[in-house]
Design a protein around this ligand. Structure first.
Ligand SMILES: [Zn+2]
Length: 424
């Protein structure tokens, strides 16, 4: 997005601040806006009126009085726009339509292998999107957000050599979807969107730092710092699954290299080891599972842990220790307030994984870095990723640069999508 030339009093900076404070429930009346944003009464009143003309704010009920006449409360009009949001996984995808608060209005979890490639997958998504918009006014569509299970060059919205997405390397997901829907499109790594969804749904303060680790079939992480996703230079930040944690070349990873964290502690690696354990007669539980279906999935190992199978318990504890060991180094390096785990490893109904991770991180990280560190399972639920995508899109469109681009035309869809999609 082109930077606008600086002006003496930046009206869009103030407009963005006003709208975002009300949307985030951090200021609810004009006087509160003045105090929180450190802006004068006239500026607040003008910007609130401008936001009302754009349909973004409205007067609601009367707030508490601090002596004189009680000020009117302001309300963010989340119903002014819609966002279509999807998060692709290896074998299934989530698709949803949300309002401008990223509140999920309708959500579907559908089986779909991402390995079918971009053309077929995006056609399938388009059908789902059309269906979700059917009963709703399509003119209210503000944006589309997509999360994918691999590295994304954020500036261009293209996956970059994603190990489990054959055919997607360099594919112009953004261009394809913008042509189809005529609204700006954001493409990001799934763990980044999970991290943002978690931060927003649990009310993480803007001065706090969160790392979200997705430990499922694969392993990835997203970082939220000062209210925003930290992507680093190109978008690769947080991609911990392919950090090399074993120095010899004995364990092959699906990315083509050896010794990656994921190749030792990811769900797919545990399933690989489980097959050997069955052949060596080391797990009765897994032998039964293998006999029933002819294969072993990470979910089978999760069930084995709940059933108390010794091999499964040991395998999950060792994976947790490997992940915890790397996270201890990252806790020292990054000093987050909150370390959150999501994905299949923590949703199996047993706390072995989290208990071992917690112990490993706390025993290996510096006391100063771990003293007030919260380590917990994700609280955001199964729509965290799609909600995170919607937050990313809406928050970017409510930034000062984006507002300066679209507000004169009245709504985001009034301008060329390529002028709006880009960095947040
Ligand atoms: Zn790897």
């Amino acid at each position: 997005m082109p930077r606008r030339p600086p002006t003496a009093i930046d009206q869009y900076e103030a407009l963005s601040t006003v709208v975002r404070l009300v949307r985030g429930d951090r200021a609810r009346t004009r006087p509160e806006l003045g105090t929180t944003a450190l802006l004068g009464r006239t500026v607040i009143s003008q910007r609130v009126e401008e936001a009302m003309n754009l349909g973004l704010l409205e007067d609601a009920d009367v707030g508490p009085s601090s002596g004189g006449r009680a000020p009117r409360r302001l309300r963010f009009r989340a119903e002014e726009g819609l966002v279509l949001s999807a998060v692709l996984g290896a074998t299934a995808l989530d698709v949803a339509v949300t309002d401008l608060d990223a509140r999920v209005l309708e959500h579907r979890h559908l089986e779909w292998p991402v390995a079918r490639g971009p053309e077929e997958t995006l056609d399938f998504l388009d059908d789902q999107f059309a269906d979700l918009l059917k009963e709703r006014a399509p003119g209210r569509l503000w944006a589309v957000a997509i999360g994918v299970p691999g590295p994304v060059e954020f500036a261009t919205g293209r996956p970059s050599q994603p190990p489990i997405m054959p055919g997607w390397d360099g594919f112009d997901i953004r261009g394809r979807l913008q042509d189809r829907h005529g609204v700006p499109v954001w493409v990001d790594n799934d763990a980044n969107l999970l991290a943002l969804g978690e931060a927003r749904s649990t009310g993480l303060d803007d001065d706090q730092h969160l790392i979200f680790v997705k430990a499922g079939t694969g392993i990835g992480a997203g970082v939220v710092s000062q209210g925003r996703i930290h992507r680093g230079s190109k978008g690769a930040a947080g991609d911990i699954g392919h950090a090399r944690v074993l120095e010899d070349n004995s364990v092959m990873c699906r990315c083509g290299r050896t010794g990656c964290l994921e190749a030792l502690a990811g769900g797919w690696a545990l399933a690989r080891d489980a097959v050997s354990a069955v052949h060596e007669g080391r797990s009765r539980f897994l032998a039964d599972a293998h006999h029933a279906t002819g294969e072993i999935t990470p979910a089978d190992i999760g069930r084995g842990v709940v059933a108390g199978d010794a091999w499964c318990l040991t395998a999950v504890a060792r994976a947790a220790e490997r992940i915890g060991s790397l996270m201890a180094a990252l806790v020292n390096f990054y000093n987050p307030d909150c370390l959150v785990f999501g994905g299949g490893a923590v949703t199996g109904g047993d706390n072995t994984f989290l208990r071992v991770v917690d112990h490993t991180v706390r025993s290996r990280a510096l006391p100063l870095a771990s003293a007030d560190l919260t380590i917990r399972a994700s609280a955001a639920g199964e729509t965290a990723g799609v909600a995170g995508g919607a937050h990313l899109a809406v928050e970017t469109l409510l930034s000062a640069d984006a507002l300066a681009t679209w507000a004169p035309g009245g709504r985001p869809s009034a301008v060329e999508p390529a002028r709006l999609a880009g960095g947040a």
